[in-house]
Design a protein around this ligand. Sequence first.
Ligand code: PHE
Length: 382
Amino acid sequence: MMKHLTRWLWPTAAASLLLLATSGCNKSGGDTIKIGEFASLTGKEATFGISSHEGTLMAVEEINATGGVLGKKLELLTEDTQSKAGESQTVVNKLIARDGVIGILGEVASSRSLEAAKVCQDSKIPMVSPSSTNPKVTETGDYIFRVCFIDPFQGTVMANFATKSLKATKVAVFTDVKSDYSKGLAKFFKEQFLKNGGQIVTELDFNGGDKDFKAQLTAIKAANPDGVFIPGYYTDAALIAIQAKQLGLNVPLFGGDGWESEKLTEIGKDAVEGHYFSTHYSPEVGSDMSKQFVENYRKRWNGKSPDALAACAYDSAIVLVDAIKRAGTTEGPKVRDALAATKDFKAVTGKITINEQRDASKAAVILQVKDGKFKYLETVEP
Ligand code: PHE
């Protein structure tokens, strides 16, 4: 009997000792500061995650090259959300509970940021989204921040662009009902476009990842709009543009930041030429800091130009590290307070001040697809 008991006890005791040792070195005594990143490195929005990761990693490398923060080097732990619903919650849980990260960076897609935000809020681990724009993300709680503008602004920017620049009066709206981002942006766009005296001639839905949009596009064509607003992500937007062209729906198509990917033109080719979208950043304009960032990024990533995702992600990392520095500690509540106090912080995408809602009020840029590239058209201040 006794023998049995000891045999049973031994592995348990050993396991708990091991657990103690690992949690001890993860949470406090370690010689690095662990930052978690969750990003769609694969799947249907892979370019979002890849660009974001490149920006984040570059920031971490630069900070480490100048000595790190609080006398320690940063360690970036990255998890792939695979562009899938359900994954963000799982991987962020892992980063916090298993790896003991002290802050979380991500995601791009609002629906995935929303999933993770709940986990971060419950664990009192500050989360900074680089580029999720749906208002609900930071409404989750006081540990959730973002370094970008939100969709009530982006929707207004594109509604005013439709009215003033496109001279559109009758617009159709085509929404991805699987995406919080798309539904929100559609709503905010409509509100402003109606205020401008415009008319929404029809509203149709799709599900992100669909391949055939012809039925809805036929209905849209029949409503005779002079522009179609498509607040979706790049793969869907490109396929929609191709099928719109095939159906002879030859009016301007326009969307929001979700269009931003080199895949938009790779997939859409001439069907996306001349169309428009709003986003956070253009490497064509900006401060000296932005110019330096473009140069460093090209060097680091084999000549690739940074997009808005990379720039926002870089900014999310430097904002978090600045807060850690000002807090003088990595304790969640103190870093949270320091993040909330971020004011006039010089970043690549512009000056960042975190407001009462834990969002950043920043300018938007409008780009046009021209010869397979994104041409800067204008900057719209908040
Ligand atoms: N704003 C989008 C969202 O909230 C994500 C996105 C940001 C996509 C920047 C492209 C560029 O879902």
